[in-house]
Structures are given as structure tokens and as C-alpha cells.
Design a protein around this ligand. Structure first.
Ligand code: TYD
Ligand code: MG
Length: 456
């Protein structure tokens, strides 16, 4: 019998050690080491048992043949955009997201809708019947040849793949797979790493695109070792509020395109529907003007989006004022509040401040700063700001209004949606042809100016 070998793995970063350690030398986390049995003897993975190993030689960069990146459409415009313009042959894409957000639905929808291709959907989480039921909700007549396999052993999956020869493989989820060559339980660091490595080898050798669904931990990181994210070509995050219908697919890493691209979907009873014009749904149709609401012209990826921000400022009911933000970084909100207090003299330190980005969207673009500050002051003073005004500027610590990137795109989007005025930074004026736009462009350089223009 082969001797079993074990090692200790940090559950946070995947660091491997021969003995147990209290603190991980790599990521400095405490108590993260768990013993896992590994058996690396006679590893037979994707064809490596039969095939001879190819030895790579160094090649001069000019002599390397540039292969045209073959891109194919996934029949889902949002997903294509997030992937950087379509699916690349031999790429491995990891999709992470909270339970119930719709990862399986998104992937099954892809499996059913890619036109005329043979797709293998491997599920280790649901039964064939469950998947069939879901497939019926999504579409009545699939446009692809979609095969479902319920299996968790990578060796068996590869056997089926060799017979079926699918053009796209989807794995739901990587944490349920196990490789016979490693003895630890599915979902453990070494299993996840090994299974991913095997699938990666398969993808690269056969030029088949592979999608992996990954679970996330309670802090929102993809479960398993961080190296999982390093191994794959593309990491996508599927997020949104389960109580809202909108879901956002964000690219975090993409070897074949721009990161920070974004796709928006609406979860309906018949699956996910692409949302091609996000601004219209993110702006609520207001009949009357209300205080505490402003619109920010943000950019997510390469796409401009007008987003409604809502603030509520009220007298603190308890000694310590509450500060809470949904869809926006609370630390950054606190910073903006400090700027308002110090530079503009608003007495906000004894006030509760609540902030909400409409539609359950998370915004990281700093260009929303000015809209947020205006919403807070509008609520504080209880004076409404016209719904025909929008904002696109970052605010610095001394209250200066800073320039943001791609200002023309933001202005055009605001103009397209019928806004009458947009506040931007003075520093954004360089190279900007103001006359081109019909919308009134108001340039400011200090936060005080904004408030005197808004509230007189
Ligand atoms: P699911 O894809 O199972 O999530 P994940 O794989 O990320 O855990 O998402 C399931 C949720 O989506 C579930 O709450 C039901 C809902 N849903 C719809 O609203 N409409 C649909 O057509 C489908 C298939 C699911
Ligand atoms: Mg699922």
C-alpha cells in the first residue's frame, strides 16, 4: 500500500507547511492550518498518464507565431462584454457569488442558449431532475446541445468528456469536485487546487473553454486558496441584493480583456434577462421633488451609468450617531462627512446618516462623491435638488473637486437621459469641447461653490 502523506495547509491563502503552525507566515492569519492528506504518488490526470510530456524550449518573441485569439459569442451580450468581447478558446473562467444569487442559473442559461454548440454542464450540487426543472423555467427549446452530468470525481468527468467531446464545459461547483489522487475532503484547499489544476490542463490542451462556479466565504472572497484566482484566466463576481431583482456580473481579473467590466441582469421567473440600458431602471420615476436624493454619473467598466443616491440625515436618537451605507464604502462616507463638517461647517457629528444606492448596486467609482455629498446636505437642510441635475466629480480631503476619467462619456449619457445640468470639476475642462453638448455644464473647484450654487 502506498504510504499516505499529509501536510498542513493554510485555509486562508493555501500556504503549505510540513508541520502545524499557529500563524501563517504567508498571510499572517492565526489558527488557519488544517492537516490534509495528500498522495501525490502516480498522479494520472488529464491524459498525462498516456501522453508523453512535452519539453518546452525558450523561443525568441519575434519567432513566436501569434495566434489570433479566437473569440466566440456566448449568445449573452452582457456576458460577452464582461469576458472582454466573447469567449476565448481554452480559457478558464471562475464565477464567484453568494448562495442563491443565480450562478447556476446564469451558467445553465449559457449552456442552453449558445447556438449550435455542444455543452457539458457538470453538477455536483443538484440532481438531474432539479436541473431539468430549472432548464424548463429558462427556455422551452434549447438552442444548443446541452448535456447534464451529475458527477463529482474529476477522473470520471474526464472519462465522460473524452467520449462526449464537448465544446464548452461548465463545472457547478469547484468545491464539490474531488480528485482520486488526493485524499482530503472535497472543498479543502488541496482538493480545490488539484481539481482546478486538472481542469486547467484539460482546457489548455484541448482548447476548450471551461467555466467554474466557486463558492464564496462569509467575507465575500472566493472560498479555497487565493491561488485559485491566480490559476484561472478570468475571475467574475456575481453580486447583487437577493431582495432586489438586479444582479451584477463584474470582472475582477481578466487575462483577455479589461477588468472592472460590468454586466447587468434582472432575475425574473424565467431566468436572467440582460439589462442593456441600466440608467433607465436605476433612476426612479419621481413625480415630486424630494430632499436627500441626487443623481451621480458613474462609470462601471467602460459603461456610463446614472445612479440615484439617497441620504437621510436625522438627529441621533442615541448618544453615538449611526452611520450606515448600503452600496457604498462606509469609510469613504465617513471621510466625506468629515470634509463637510470641517470645510463647509455643517454640524453633522451629532446626526445619524444613512446612505443608500438605489437598485441594490455597489458603487466603487469615486465620481459619485459629489452626488453623495449633495444628497447628504439636501437631506440635512431639507431642500430638494432638482431631478434634472446630476453630478460627476471626486471630492478630496480639503474639499477640492477633482477631475474624473472619461468625462465626455458621462456627460453624453446624462444628456441622453434628459438631464439639464451636470456639475463637474474645473480640472476636467482641459480638452473638453463644451459647445458640443446641449446640457449645461457647470464647473466647480471647491465644495463650497457647489452648495452656494445649489442652495444660494
Ligand atoms: P441559483 O442559480 O440556484 O443560485 P446559486 O447557484 O448562485 O446558488 O439561483 C437561484 C435563485 O434564483 C432562487 O432563489 C430562485 C431564483 N430564480 C428565479 O427567480 N427565476 C428563475 O428562472 C430561476 C431559475 C431561479
Ligand atoms: Mg448553484
Amino acid at each position: 500500500m502506498a504510504k499516505t502523506k499529509s501536510a498542513y495547509f493554510c485555509q486562508s491563502c493555501g500556504y503549505e507547511s510540513a508541520k502545524w503552525l499557529g500563524k501563517c507566515p504567508s498571510c499572517n492569519q492565526w489558527n488557519t492550518f488544517v492537516e490534509e492528506i495528500i498522495d501525490k504518488g502516480n498522479v494520472a490526470t488529464w491524459k498525462s498518464a498516456s501522453g508523453t510530456q512535452r519539453l518546452n524550449k525558450p523561443n525568441k518573441v519575434e519567432e513566436i507565431q501569434s495566434a489570433d485569439e479566437e473569440r466566440t459569442t456566448t449568445s449573452d451580450a452582457e456576458l460577452d462584454r464582461v469576458l472582454g468581447g466573447g469567449l476565448v478558446a481554452g480559457s478558464v473562467t471562475l464565477i464567484g457569488g453568494e448562495p442563491g444569487i443565480g450562478k447556476s442559473t446564469l451558467m445553465l442559461q449559457l449552456a442552453l442558449n449558445v447556438e449550435g454548440r455542444k455543452v457539458l454542464y457538470v453538477s455536483g450540487e443538484e440532481s438531474e431532475q432539479q436541473i431539468k426543472m430549472r432548464a424548463e423555467r429558462i427556455t422551452k427549446d434549447p438552442k444548443s446541445n446541452c448535456y447534464i452530468l451529475t458527477e463529482t470525481s474529476t477522473q470520471n468527468i474526464f472519462k465522460q468528456i473524452e467520449q462526449l467531446e464537448p465544446e464548452i464545459v461548465i463545472i457547478d461547483s469547484i468545491q464539490t469536485l474531488h480528485s482520486a489522487h488526493i485524499e482530503s475532503t472535497p472543498g479543502s484547499v488541496s482538493q480545490v487546487r488539484e481539481c482546478t489544476a486538472e481542469l486547467l490542463r484539460f482546457a489548455k490542451e484541448t482548447n476548450t473553454p471551461v467555466f467554474l462556479i466557486g463558492h464564496i466565504t462569509k467575507d465575500g472572497a472566493i472560498a479555497g486558496p487565493k491561488i485559485l484566482e491566480h490559476m484561472v484566466d478570468t475571475v467574475l463576481q456575481f453580486e447583487g441584493d437577493r431582495h432586489h431583482i438586479y444582479r451584477i456580473l463584474r470582472s475582477i481579473k481578466n487575462r483577455f480583456g479589461a477588468a472592472a467590466e460590468l454586466g447587468i441582469y434582472a432575475m425574473q421567473s424565467s431566468g436572467l434577462r440582460e439589462v442593456s440600458n441600466p440608467s433607465e431602471i436605476l433612476l426612479s420615476q419621481r413625480d415630486e421633488e424630494l430632499s436627500g436624493i441626487t443623481i451621480g454619473a458613474t462609470l462601471e467598466g467602460a459603461r456610463p451609468m446614472l445612479i440615484e443616491t439617497q441620504a437621510l440625515v436625522s438627529v441621533a436618537a442615541y448618544g453615538t450617531p449611526q452611520r450606515s451605507a448600503t452600496g457604498f464604502d462606509t469609510k469613504r462616507m465617513n471621510m466625506l462627512l468629515a470634509v463637510l463638517e470641517k470645510r463647509c461647517g455643517f454640524r453633522l457629528s451629532a446626526k445619524d446618516v444613512f446612505l443608500n444606492i438605489a437598485g441594490g448596486i455597489k458603487v466603487e467609482d469615486p465620481a459619485i462623491d459629489l452626488a453623495i455629498m449633495a444628497a447628504i446636505i439636501s437631506s440635512h437642510e431639507d431642500i430638494f435638488i432638482s431631478s434634472k441635475i446630476c453630478f460627476a466629480a471626486e471630492v478630496g480631503l480639503s474639499g477640492e473637486i477633482r477631475a474624473v476619467n472619461r468625462i465626455e462619456q458621462r456627460i453624453s449619457e446624462a444628456e441622453k437621459l434628459g438631464f439639464e445640468k451636470i456639475f463637474i470639476s474645473n480640472y476636467n475642462l482641459k480638452g473638453l469641447v463644451k459647445d458640443k453638448f446641449k446640457i449645461e455644464i457647470i464647473t466647480v473647484s471647491k465644495i463650497e461653490e457647489v452648495f452656494s450654487l445649489l442652495f444660494g
